[in-house]
Structure formats: structure tokens, C-alpha cells
Write a protein that binds this ligand. Structure first.
Ligand code: IPM
Ligand code: MG
Length: 363
């Protein structure tokens, strides 16, 4: 039996997680796997009930389960809360709490959706990238951080705010190993993205990545500055195989990379600690509060996140393929949620997309 914590979160989170749950149940029926789902609150909905976005109970439930499936957190109505109470803080909190330092974000291109991308088909066709994003360090977690008033030369108070972009060599080394192993399982090319022409933290990053590369002579390593990487991803995405980068660069580049596939609603992710403990699966997109409750969001990123769960947490490649092919099948029949809809397609709701994928779940 597989025990899965469902952390639906805010905005479209509950709706998209519901579809992924349906798909897992359909999969369970076909492959004779039993799933047990435990619900827990995270983000704004948890704040409403417990006055904290990440209740202890949620962490306990996550620890007790084999894997976590998360929707999304956040809503504009919490934008005025102090930083510590904001829904986003819960996401960072659970990543830290479960030590999920490695975030894999595959950029999957479905041939069926090539025309949905803003980029030309000949540029994107054949693109297959995995971004390995470090997830528990960098400017997201660095201290000191904060806001304070300092006096200027005329004695007037001026507010300053700051965060610390900081990595230890240990943190860089462990993500490097994940990245090289990921590259080894693919086309054996790793591009490390940093800003070593300006930042000290990136100079250490580059040094450690280069040092670790000696243990992986079969992987071809290159380095690229993040500004150039942002440009190259659009100009020639096919040059990339595996990308490794820090937390904030990975956040930005993965949103950018989602546009190669056509929609932010398509990209799944897996966050792991590689010590055999619980891993977390979530779409890379946010909670899209403007779409909440409209049954209009694209559930595919979350459904593919569930597929990644089958592969990485439950080591079931067949299940991964079944879900992936079901999504592909539905797309090839022309079903599209609003975000990827074009004239001539069959427009479907969130739940209709989920149902159509469930129907295609078979051996
Ligand atoms: C992501 C998101 C989060 C992040 C936010 C919601 C805190 O953008 O998972 O990419 O920045 O990591
Ligand atoms: Mg992001």
C-alpha cells in the first residue's frame, strides 16, 4: 500500500490535486496498487484554521506518509501578512523540514502541443531538459536577512531590506552529485548555471561543481552565466540536457523553460532528499487565484507530478509510463484546457481533462 499525503493548498490547488488523485485511483485499479490518501492543510487555508501556514500536524502527516502530493499555495489576500505568516513561507518550510534539497524539473515537450508554444516549432521540437534546482539554500533561506532603518548622512531614517545569497560547499557538493547522476541517466551533458563573473557565491559554486565533475568523467560539464542561460533557453533549447543551478536561478529559469512546452500548466516537479525519506511532488506553477473554483485550470502538471511520484518514490516506471502516455493520448485527441486551447481544439474543464486522462489509463 502507498500512503500519500495530499496537500491541496490554495487557489486552484484543490481542483488540480483532485484530478491527480483520480488518476492515481484509476492507475491503482489497473495495476492493483492500493493508495491511502491523507489530507492536510498548507498555505492560506492552514492560516485560516490554525493561524499558521504550516501547522505541525501537516508536517507530522507528511512524515508519516510515503510521499507528498502538493497543489499550490498563495492568494493575494495574504499579501499584506507579515512574511512569516505568508502561504509561500509554508512551502519553503515544508521543503526545509523534509530536507528536500534537490528539485527535479523536467521540461517535457509533447509533440501534440508544439504549436502551443510561443516559440517556433523548429526551435523547440526535440527539446528534452531536466533542470536540477537546489531547493533549500541560497537567498531563499540565507541569513542575515531583514529590514531595518539606517540613518543617512543628514540623519534621516532610510529603510533597507536585505537577503543573503549564501551556499556552503557541502550544499553545493550534494546537489552536484544529484545533477551528475541525473545527467548520467540521460545524454550525459551537464550545464551548471551561475553568475560567477559577479558573485562570490557563484565562484564557490563553480569551483565545487568542477571538483565533483572529476568523479563523473563520462559526463561532459559546461558552465554558463545565468543571463546567457536565460537567452540560450529561448534561442536554442535543444543544446541543453541537464541543467544544475541554485535556488533562485532555478526558480526563474524553470518558469521560463515552461514556455518552451507551451504552458506553465504542464511542468511537474519532484523534490527529494535522496536519503530514502519522504519526497514531495508538485506542479511548478502557482495557485492562480484568479482561476480558483472555475474548473478551468490545467491539471496536467499535477498529474505528471503524480507520475513522477510513481517513478521516484515507488520505483514504478511502468506506472509512470502509463500516466505519461494517457496524457499524451488525450492531447493527441485534441482535448485542451483554456491555457493551451487554440481554434479547432476541444476545450475542456479541469475535471473533464482529468476524466479523459483516467479513461486512457491502461496497461
Ligand atoms: C516554485 C514557486 C515557489 C518558489 C514560491 C511559490 C515560493 O515559485 O515552486 O517555483 O519560489 O520556489
Ligand atoms: Mg517558481
Amino acid at each position: 500500500m502507498h500512503k500519500i499525503a495530499l496537500l491541496r493548498g490554495d487557489g486552484i490547488g484543490p481542483e488540480i490535486v483532485e484530478e491527480a488523485k483520480k488518476v492515481l485511483e484509476a492507475l491503482g485499479a489497473v495495476l492493483d496498487i492500493r493508495f491511502e490518501f491523507c489530507e492536510a492543510l498548507i498555505g492560506g487555508c492552514a492560516y485560516e484554521k490554525y493561524k499558521k501556514p504550516l501547522p505541525d500536524e501537516t508536517i507530522e502527516i507528511a512524515h508519516r506518509c510515503d510521499a507528498v502530493l502538493l497543489g499550490a499555495v498563495g492568494d493575494w489576500k495574504y499579501d499584506t501578512l507579515p512574511n512569516e505568516l505568508r502561504p509561500e513561507k509554508a512551502l519553503l518550510g515544508i521543503r526545509k523540514e523534509l530536507n528536500l534539497f534537490a528539485n527535479l524539473r523536467p521540461v517535457v515537450i509533447f509533440d501534440e502541443l508544439i504549436s502551443s508554444s510561443a516559440l517556433k516549432p523548429q526551435i523547440i521540437k526535440g527539446t528534452d531538459i531536466v533542470i536540477v534546482r537546489e531547493l533549500t539554500g541560497d537567498v531563499y533561506f540565507g541569513t542575515p536577512k531583514g529590514m531595518e532603518v539606517r540613518l543617512d548622512s543628514e540623519g534621516r531614517g532610510v529603510r533597507y531590506a536585505y537577503n543573503n545569497m549564501i551556499y556552503s560547499e557541502k550544499e553545493i557538493e550534494r546537489i552536484a552529485h544529484v545533477a551528475f547522476k541525473t545527467a548520467q541517466s540521460r545524454r550525459k551533458k551537464l550545464c551548471s548555471v551561475d553568475k560567477a563573473n559577479v558573485l562570490d557565491v557563484s565562484q564557490l559554486w563553480r569551483e565545487i561543481i568542477t571538483y565533483v565533475s572529476k568523479q563523473y568523467p563520462d559526463v561532459e560539464l559546461s558552465h554558463m552565466y545565468v543571463d546567457n542561460a536565460a537567452m540560450q533557453l529561448i534561442a536554442n533549447p535543444k543544446q541543453f540536457d541537464t541543467i544544475v543551478t541554485g535556488n533562485i536561478f532555478g526558480d526563474i529559469l524553470s518558469d521560463e523553460a515552461s514556455m518552451i512546452s507551451g504552458s506553465l500548466g504542464l511542468l511537474p516537479s519532484a523534490s527529494m532528499s535522496y536519503d530514502g525519506s519522504v519526497a514531495l511532488y508538485e506542479p511548478i506553477h502557482g495557485s492562480a487565484p484568479d482561476l480558483r473554483g472555475q474548473n478551468a485550470a490545467n491539471p496536467i502538471a499535477t498529474i505528471l507530478s503524480a507520475a513522477m511520484m510513481m517513478k521516484y518514490s515507488f520505483k514504478n516506471n511502468e506506472a509512470y509510463e502509463i500516466i505519461f502516455n494517457a496524457v499524451k493520448g488525450v492531447l493527441s485527441e485534441g482535448y485542451r484546457t483554456k491555457d493551451i486551447f487554440k481554434e479547432g481544439d476541444k476545450l475542456v474543464s479541469t475535471s473533464q481533462m482529468g476524466d479523459a486522462i483516467c479513461e486512457k489509463i491502461s496497461r
